[in-house]
Design a protein around this ligand. Structure first.
Ligand code: CTP
Ligand code: CA
Length: 224
């Protein structure tokens, strides 16, 4: 099915994707990050390209090759990801935020390597700017898809994020018991304003294709 029936669903559409983790510097040699591998975002980038889209991938540090014909822009911090995404949002038709963006960043970066003098080290942190919510607010016409990683109450939290961030669609997954993060497979609960569907556990490439079929259907039928 992936080769023949869906290969023009996103023909000529510009799809902007964030993927991977971010790195928040503590000092010149240390940073905080998370377990995101970027696999889901890269699989979506590849599948969108196969469906005829022009893809820009804003990527945190990952150990993955850029899919053919995808324009990749590498970033490190949540703040970098925001700037790079803003720079490419104006041209986009569809925005899919798969990145595991740091929610907090150190208030200040130590200019020199922190020495192990204190027995207890406290790190003061502040909230980062939400890339997804910021982009949607600035570009209400941009068809915007969020991801939600939850350990519990998956559907309720997903709908909350859909509404709070004003999204067109959200793809939620359970990350309880080590699921999803850095795994080859994933399962998604996909939720939009007046519907939802479950995509059962499958290979991330197949899942990316199934998700994009839902995105294309909602994108092409949405009300003005
Ligand atoms: N997201 C973002 N920028 C942030 C935080 C999150 O763009 N600073 C995006 C993610 O890429 C994802 C969506 O927001 O598409 C939801 O991320 P998630 O971590 O599940 O939700 P949060 O809103 O950060 O809330 P919490 O972590 O408390 O569940
Ligand atoms: Ca978060």
């Amino acid at each position: 099915s992936s080769c023949c029936s869906t290969n023009a669903l996103l023909q000529g559409k510009r799809v902007l994707i964030t993927a991977g983790p971010t790195r928040e510097a503590i000092d010149p040699v240390r940073f905080l990050t998370n377990r995101s591998s970027g696999k889901m975002g890269y699989a979506i980038a590849k599948a969108a390209t196969a469906m005829g889209a022009q893809v820009t991938l804003i990527s945190g540090p990952v150990a993955l090759e850029c899919p053919p014909r995808v324009q990749r822009i590498g970033v490190e911090s949540a703040a970098d990801m925001l700037v790079a995404t803003q720079a490419h949002a104006t041209d986009a038709d569809i925005f899919i935020a798969t990145a595991a963006v740091a929610d907090y960043t150190p208030i200040s970066v130590a200019a020199q390597k922190i020495k192990k003098n204190a027995d207890v080290l406290e790190l003061a942190m502040k909230k980062t700017t939400d890339v997804l919510a910021t982009i949607k607010l600035a570009h209400p016409q941009l068809f915007t898809v969020g991801f939600a990683a939850e350990t519990n109450d998956v559907m309720a939290y997903a709908r909350g994020k859909l509404e709070r961030k004003g999204l067109d669609m959200i793809a939620a997954n359970s990350v309880a018991d080590g699921k999803a993060f850095d795994q080859p497979t994933n399962a998604l609960e996909v939720v939009w304003k007046d519907g939802h569907t479950s995509l059962p556990e499958m290979d991330k490439h197949t899942l990316a294709h199934e998700l994009l079929k839902l995105v294309a259907a909602q994108y092409h039928t949405r009300k003005p």
